[in-house]
Design a protein around this ligand. Structure first.
Ligand code: SF4
Ligand code: SF4
Length: 369
């Protein structure tokens, strides 16, 4: 059976209804009202954009989703989890500040914002990975798992490690706590950049496992004791701690896909993906290069894998925009994301999803006005 993916473009009529109305119409057509929201908490998972990035989704889209949930009797909230890397979203306070300065507040978004893994990214729950090959357990932000319904609202774009930043990435990487992100990005243990460490000892106080030891004025990690929680990374004032032994694009993509499967397994869910401001890289960057594709449209449905597959097909059927760094001087193949990031392969996520019986990449595109 094919998964249905509903699509509408971004075209509007002069003096007609706007894009936000089109999003609501799309959601309705895709069956949003079949979900039971009565007195349920509904997590709307999205990305608030790193400071300096201007490609992230505007809060008006989130408000359209939140308002619709409320009309159906539910209690919506926007959520994302803290980042692993040093940036403007590495703890809940900075994360909320960044969301606010990027325009997200109760009025603009129509609901409250909760950082899914708490103040320091340590408030998570272990979630079994169904049919997991790379991970048995995923560490997911508690608020994400406490929600009764999960809705992903994804800004679809390129990604420097996974090829695409789509629905699977939004859910898998985005719902991972700090420890979860450590797990996906690396073998789960941090390392110390000795050129940055000043031996202040702040990380030592944070570590509940006595895994950090000062040696000649510089911190070292006792790998036998380290539990891979990632807490030390968030508190280092010099950004001297980082995840060691990177997973590499393929392993990272497979782990992220398994995390998405863990988050969604057996839960009421709905997925929305907006193909606009298609930057070559993730919204985690404090900059966004010129778009590599024109605005294409919006997708909605119940199958996250089908949505990513449909989004990639639509992108590869659309003429590219030249004049951005990532497609300049690159050989032009028949896949825009593989051309932008030749050392990645977005298809890995789809293939791995099939392997672990998560979602269905075989889809039927249903176009509505
Ligand atoms: S908090 Fe950072 S700078 Fe301070 S000792 Fe730990 S690693 Fe070094
Ligand atoms: S990752 Fe967690 S357990 Fe490991 S050294 Fe850092 S704080 Fe300690």
């Amino acid at each position: 059976m094919k998964a249905k993916v509903y699509f509408t473009d971004f075209r509007t009529e002069f003096h007609g209804t706007g894009r936000v109305y089109k999003l609501r119409r799309l959601m309705r057509a895709a069956g949003f009202e079949s979900l039971d929201f009565k007195d349920k908490f509904a997590a709307i998972k999205m990305h608030f954009g790193e400071t300096g990035n201007l490609a992230y989704l505007r809060p008006q889209y989130a408000k359209a989703v939140a308002d619709y949930v409320r009309e159906l009797g539910g209690n919506p909230f926007l959520t994302d989890c803290n980042t692993l890397y040093a940036g403007s979203r590495k703890n809940a306070l900075e994360h909320l500040d960044t969301a606010a300065s990027n325009g997200f507040n109760v009025l603009s978004a129509g609901c409250q914002i909760l950082i899914g893994d708490g103040l320091k990214g340590s408030d998570d729950v272990p979630v079994p990975v169904p049919n997991g090959i790379r991970c048995r357990t995923a560490r997911i932000g508690r608020a994400v798992m406490d929600a009764d319904v999960i809705i992903s609202l994804t800004h679809f774009k390129g990604h420097e490690a996974m090829g695409i930043g789509g629905t699977i990435k939004n859910i898998g990487m985005g719902c991972g706590s700090r420890a979860g992100k450590m797990d996906m990005h690396s073998d789960g243990k941090p390392a110390v950049d000795t050129s940055r460490c000043v031996g202040c000892g702040i990380c030592m106080k944070q570590c509940a496992h006595n895994a950090l030891l000062p040696v000649r004025g510089c911190m070292t990690v006792d790998l036998a004791r380290c539990a891979g929680c990632g807490s030390c990374i968030s508190v280092c004032p010099k950004d001297a701690l980082f995840p060691a032994h990177g997973s590499g694009p393929e392993l990272l993509t497979e782990k992220t896909t398994e995390y998405a499967a863990a988050v969604l397994n057996g839960r009421p869910q709905f997925h929305i993906s907006l193909l606009c401001d298609i930057a070559p890289n993730c919204d985690c960057h404090g900059e966004n290069d010129a778009a590599i594709l024109p605005d294409i449209g919006m997708l909605a449905g119940f199958d996250p894998v089908a949505l990513d597959m449909a989004a990639c097909d639509l992108c590869n059927q659309t003429p590219r925009i030249t004049g951005n760094t990532w497609l300049e001087n690159r050989s032009v193949g028949n896949d825009v994301f593989n051309d932008a990031h030749p050392d990645t392969r977005w298809r890995t996520a789809i293939d791995h999803a099939v392997r672990i019986k998560f979602g269905n990449p075989d889809y039927e595109l249903v176009k509505i006005k």
